[in-house]
Design a protein around this ligand. Sequence first.
Ligand SMILES: *Cc1c(COP(=O)(O)O)cnc(C)c1O
Length: 468
Amino acid sequence: MHDFDEATRSALWARAASHVEGSFSAARALGTTLGKGELDALVAALDGEHASDPAVVLEHVARGLAGGQVQVAHPRYFGLLSAAPSSMALVVSMLAEAFDPQLATRRHAPFAVDVEERLLSSFGERFGWPRASSSGLFTGGGAEATLVATAAAIAHVHPAVRKGGLRALSGDPMVYVSAEGHPTVARAARISGLGARGVRVIPVDEQKRMRVPALRDAIGRDQSRGARPTLVVATVGTTSSGAIDPLREIADVAERAGAWLHVDAAWGGLLALVPEQRHHVDGIERAHSITFDPHKALGIPLGTGMLLTRRPEALAAAFHERAGYMPKGKALEPYARGIAWSRRPAGLPLAAVIATAGWEGIATTLRREIALGERLGAELTRAGFGLRHTTPLPVVAFTDPTREDGAGGAYLEGLARAAIADGAGWISVTRFADGSRALRACITNHRSREADVDALVTSLVKARDRSA
Ligand SMILES: *Cc1c(COP(=O)(O)O)cnc(C)c1O
C-alpha cells in the first residue's frame, strides 16, 4: 500500500522533478485555468473509489496544482506575501520529509533540533538581542507565532494564571494593536480568553503607523480604571501598505506600563537582514518577542514561521507540561515551548537556503526586491497613479487620481482583473481600516525582474485608457 519497487519510485521522482521545473516557467497563466468541470473531475479522481496507478495519480495532482490555483511562485505574482520557494528549499524539504525527523525532543533528532536552535539564535541576534538569550520556536506561520506570544505575555504578566486559569487574572488584561495591525492579534486575544473587549484598537496616522499618543492615552485610561495592560503589539510592515509603527516610542510606553511588547514583523522583518535598511526597525530589539515568517520573506515553502523571544522562560511558563514517556533533556525541549508537540523539520530548508546564499547573498536578494519595489512606485507615479504611502518595504498601495472614481472599489477591481487577465501581474485591492481602498502590489519573488514590474505598469495604463 505504501511502497513501490525502485524503478517505479525513480520514475515518479523524475516526473515530479519535471513538473517542478515546469512550475518555474514565467509563461504560465497567473490565475486558475481549470474550468469548474475539469477541477471537479480532478478532485473526484483523488477520492479513492478505485485504486489507481501511481503515475496517473501524480499527473492528476500535477494538473490540479498547475491549473487550480493562483500561481504564487510566478515572477509576476505581486500578491499576498507568498514568497516563491527557492530551489534549495524545495530540494531540502523533500529530503527532510523523507527522513521525517521528529523534533519534539532533541534526543530524537539532535541534528535537526540543533540546526533550528542556531537559526533561532542567529535571527534573534540579527534583530538585536544577545545571542545567548535569543530563543523561540518554529511555527506554522505568523498566526501561530502571535498566539504563542499572547500566551507568553499572559503567563509573564499574570503568573497566577498557569494554576488558576482565567479566574486568576489580576485586573482586566488588555491588548493593544493598531487599526492596521493584523487580525490574528485580535483573534489570539479572543481565543486566549481575553475576548474582543480585551483588545484596544489604536488609531493610525496618515502613514498608517500607530499613533503613540493615542496608545499612551488608552493605556492611561485603562490603568486608571484598574485594568492591566498585558500585551502591546507593534507592527513592522502592515499587510496592506508596509507601515512601520514607531518602535522606540511604543517600547517606552509598553515598558512603563509593565506590558509585554510583541513586534509583528511577519514580512517586514526582512529589513533587519539588509544592513543599510536596518535603521528602519531600530527599537525592535526592545521587543520581548517577534513574529518573523521565512515563508513570506525568504523563499521558504508555506508553513515556516518563527516566534523569536529573549524571554524563553515565559514560553515555559505558558506551555511546559511533563510527559512521562518523553525522553528528558537538560534544556527546554521544543515540544514544551509552543502549541505543536510532534514537530516537522521546518528549519532545515531555511538553513540550507542561508548556507547556500550566505547571509550576504540573502541581503543581496532582498536588496533587489526592495529596488524593484522602488522602481514600481516610481513607474506608477510617472504613469499618473498616486502612491498612498511611503515605506522602505517593496509594497505599494496606489489609486488613480486622474479619475473621479480612481479610488473606488469597482474601478480598482477592474484594473486588477485586467492585469491578471493580461498575464501582466497578480495584484489585489486592499481596504484600509478607514474604509478607503487602494490597489496593492508587492514584490516577494526572487525571480521577479524589472521587465515584470514594467509589464504590470504598462498593463494598468492600458486598462485605464480602455475604461476612459
Ligand atoms: C501574513 C501576516 C500575518 C499572518 O501570518 P501567517 O504566516 O499568514 O499566519 C501576521 N501579521 C502580518 C503583519 C502579516 O503580514
